[in-house]
Design a protein around this ligand. Structure first.
Ligand code: FE2
Length: 364
């Protein structure tokens, strides 16, 4: 059957990786001026670049006061607020606002999307992904690889290099992104957008997505159980090979997103003990990891090529253990992140629109 065929590009990457993995690490020096970078990023990205710049320059106390609803303000910046219920309260507000998205869904979608919202993930299978082949073989030639946050050391402040840790992420061109999205839209049914919105925490559609090709081998900083931020965000992974328990399967603690008290306690503790390395995207270690393992059910996503996993990565997750010689090759994407204010406006207007239409239909 065609869906069981190995993608040619993936087979090529696997054999190239076995021969000479340094091929994937050719990172050219970026000599572009700030002006050119701005042009590349397009004008609409300017406000968010400016906000990031301002955020970076502010003293920590002002970050906590001004940026409390901002999704990029991942954890309290000061011990003062880490000693309060600041992070727990804003997490509870996020859960409430994110769950509001369900109010704009048709009745027949409520049960299944509520289930997705509660668990924090949604899995589906894409059959016959051979159309992606050309984009996968091209991207490793035209794109410059980055680490995309996967570092060859644990974020525990010790900076001890992990042996044989390898990660290279390639961003697809605008043209390729368009093709991949239209390929996905052909394969996904209408219900997909509802599950996507339930995980992102606001009413969104699968469009304007940027993808990257991830080639990962061995362990890295994502091998530790962690949350990406305090508020719900949705990320997607498509396995381009059959992934067994030995091939770094994605692992996820179901339901942990909704446990504001536990998650904020871990973030606060890491700030109070000056664990700066993990305080942004809080990591679970030792006793806390054990406690979480007892509280939540650990999902290990093994699956064949074409498995698509969507997850709210404000919940605890990690890259599973790698015990294979082959690299793990995935297509990755993320839905635009929204903070508390954005979620409030989008979900409120979606709910109002939905109810007006319902009323009109009833009376019409
Ligand atoms: Fe993560």
């Amino acid at each position: 059957m065609s869906e069981h065929k190995t993608l040619n590009a993936v087979a090529q990457i696997e054999s190239l990786f076995a021969e000479d993995k340094s091929f994937f690490l050719k990172r050219e020096k970026d000599n572009l001026s700030l002006f050119k970078k701005l042009k590349m990023k397009h004008l609409y990205a300017l406000p968010s670049m400016l906000t990031r710049r301002i955020y970076k320059l502010l003293p920590n106390l002002l970050k906590d006061i001004i940026f409390w609803p901002w999704v990029q303000h991942r954890a309290p910046a000061t011990k003062y607020f880490a000693n309060t219920r600041y992070d727990e309260l804003r997490t509870l507000i996020d859960i409430k606002l994110s769950s509001m998205v369900l109010r704009s869904f048709p009745q027949e979608m409520i049960d299944s999307t509520k289930n997705t919202f509660d668990k924090g993930f949604f899995v589906t299978q894409l059959n016959d992904i051979s159309e992606l082949d050309i984009h996968i073989s091209d991207v490793i030639n035209y794109s410059k690889p980055s680490h995309a946050g996967a570092r060859p050391y644990l974020k525990d402040g010790k900076n001890k290099e992990i042996q044989d840790s390898f990660s290279a992420y390639y961003d697809f061109s605008t043209e390729a992104n368009k093709h991949i999205t239209s390929f996905m839209l052909k394969r996904l049914d209408n219900k997909f957008n509802y599950h996507l919105s339930a995980l992102a925490g606001y009413r969104c559609r699968f469009k304007d997505i940027s993808y990257s090709l991830g080639i990962v081998h061995g362990e890295n900083s994502n091998s530790e159980m962690h949350q990406d931020t305090f508020a719900s965000i949705a990320k997607g992974f498509i396995y381009l090979q059959d992934v067994t328990i030995d091939d770094s399967p994605f692992e996820y603690m179901a339901g942990s997103y909704k446990d504001a008290a536990f998650r904020s306690l871990q973030s606060n503790n890491s700030i109070l003990i000056d664990d700066i390395q993990s305080s942004g995207a809080t990591r679970l270690r030792g006793k806390q990891l054990e406690e979480a393992a007892n509280k939540y059910s650990l999902q290990t996503f093994i699956g064949r090529s074409g498995t698509l996993i969507l997850a709210n990565t404000a919940a605890y997750h990690r890259k599973g253990l790698h015990n294979s010689t082959k690299p793990r090759i995935t297509l990755n994407f993320e839905i635009k992140r929204k903070g508390l204010i954005g979620k409030l406006f989008i979900n409120l207007s979606a709910a109002i629109r939905f109810n007006i239409i319902k009323l009109l239909k009833k009376n019409g």
